[in-house]
Ligand binder design. Structure first.
Ligand code: TTP
Ligand code: MG
Length: 387
């Protein structure tokens, strides 16, 4: 399967140019539709925001940082990087390497606003957004979690385009099956990258990388490994797990898994979603209770699925209906106890629905929950259930 990054659509054939938009931005991968964990990182973030706000800087080398002797570079744009300046470098040194650079003092409030705008776009795709910093986040776009029913690769291409259009900065996207690999992927072809690491190539991708590419391997561990003559991941892959356990204890076990491309860490959202819902528009308008209830039942299954994946429960059930002439109604019902269960949501939704049946035809029904709480607070054990 192939993805056109320019129009964010999928196509079958292996061509250089998109069948639909004609752009030469085709990305192919055998696991394109099987991967759903993403890492997105803005390109030269502070410098990109400054270039957005002053187009005269577009083709110039830009360094963001406090000018003067003791300042350091926060970031350098990709043009400046060709001459050597990098983040954390003393400013005087950066200017020795690139004397014609334009130096701009940082404007944190502005970068926070841009970061917030980007975050809002992420949250339109999935509630499972884990920010790492202002310009960087992990997204879980698995089926049942994502809010828009398109393959993750398509959602990511759309997001990258939306961020460019609405926020005015470019991003690099990494798509894989866990956080570590998604992060390595996003770093792989910056700027404006879109890189995919599938299960089939994870091990061989990791093999030539320095050991510090592995999550959890810092300078101290790298030093101990170097003392053993180990510098690249491939050498660790060749060792039996027990060898790493005896050398590093519990961390050794995690390390043994990590070098094989395993990473059990989940994407943990920093802020709870406000509501979780599902809705459907009918092909033909419906007016009778039975047909509407049937649609309601399958939607509550989807809501349950999403709640479970997000490890949340809802305290209020919200029913949404749209009449054939496009009038929306929402009705809600507070639950005695927050729930994750489709059956509970369905029963409450059905009660609400019954009151709305008056012979009128509906074109859309939706059901959801809000007042979300962590799943642990949900559904007290049923005293009468078998167990
Ligand atoms: P990064 O994402 O590390 O860097 P970047 O976005 O500038 O460039 P890249 O394309 O390689 O991702 O950091 C995001 C912002 O954080 C960066 O624009 C400036 C700031 N920052 C610092 O202030 N000091 C630092 O040492 C680093 C690394 C970043
Ligand atoms: Mg960045």
């Amino acid at each position: 399967m192939y993805l056109c990054r320019a129009c964010a659509r999928l196509q079958d054939g292996a061509t250089d140019t998109c069948h639909r938009c004609g752009a030469q931005a085709i990305l192919g991968h055998p696991e394109l539709l099987a991967l759903s964990i993403a890492h997105i990182d803005c390109d030269a973030f502070y410098a990109s925001v400054e270039k957005r706000d002053n187009p005269q800087l577009r083709d110039k080398p830009v360094i963001v940082g406090h000018p003067g002797g003791r300042g350091v570079v926060t970031t350098a744009c990709y043009i400046a990087r060709r001459f050597g300046p990098r983040s954390a470098m003393p400013m005087y040194k950066a200017l020795e390497l690139c004397p014609h650079a334009v130096v701009i003092p940082p404007d944190m409030a502005k970068y926070r606003r841009a970061g917030g705008a980007i975050r809002s776009l992420f949250l339109k795709a999935t509630p499972l957004v884990e920010p790492v910093s202002l310009d960087e986040a992990y997204l879980d776009l698995s089926a049942g979690v994502r809010l828009v029913d398109h393959p993750p690769a398509v959602l990511l291409a759309r997001l990258a385009l939306a961020i460019e259009r609405d926020v005015g900065v470019t991003v690099s996207v990494g798509l894989s099956y866990n956080k570590s690999l998604a992060k390595l992927a996003s770093d792989r072809d910056k700027p404006r990258g879109f890189s995919i690491i599938g299960r089939a190539e994870a091990k061989s991708f990791l093999a030539p990388l320095p050991v510090t590419a592995i999550h959890g391997v810092g300078a101290a561990t790298a030093k101990r490994l170097a003392d053993d003559g180990i510098t690249v991941v491939g050498q660790l892959q060749a060792l039996p797990e027990e060898a790493l356990v005896s050398r590093f204890g519990k961390f050794g076990r995690a390390l043994a898994h990590a070098v094989q491309g395993d990473d059990p860490r989940r994407v943990v959202p920093d802020r709870p979603a406000r509501s979780i819902s599902a809705e459907t528009t009918f092909r033909r308008d419906l007016s009778d209770l039975e047909a509407l209830a049937e649609a309601l039942r399958s939607l509550t299954e989807r809501v349950q699925d999403r709640l479970k994946r997000a490890r949340l429960a809802g305290g209020t059930v919200v029913l949404k209906l749209k009449t054939a002439d496009f009038h929306s109604r929402t009705r809600q019902d507070q639950l005695p106890h927050p729930t994750q269960r489709a059956e509970v949501i369905f029963q409450h939704g059905l009660q609400l629905l019954r009151r709305e049946i008056d012979g009128r035809a509906f074109r859309l029904i939706g059901i959801g929950v809000d007042r979300l709480v962590p799943a642990e607070a949900a559904d007290p054990p049923d005293l009468f259930a078998a167990s």
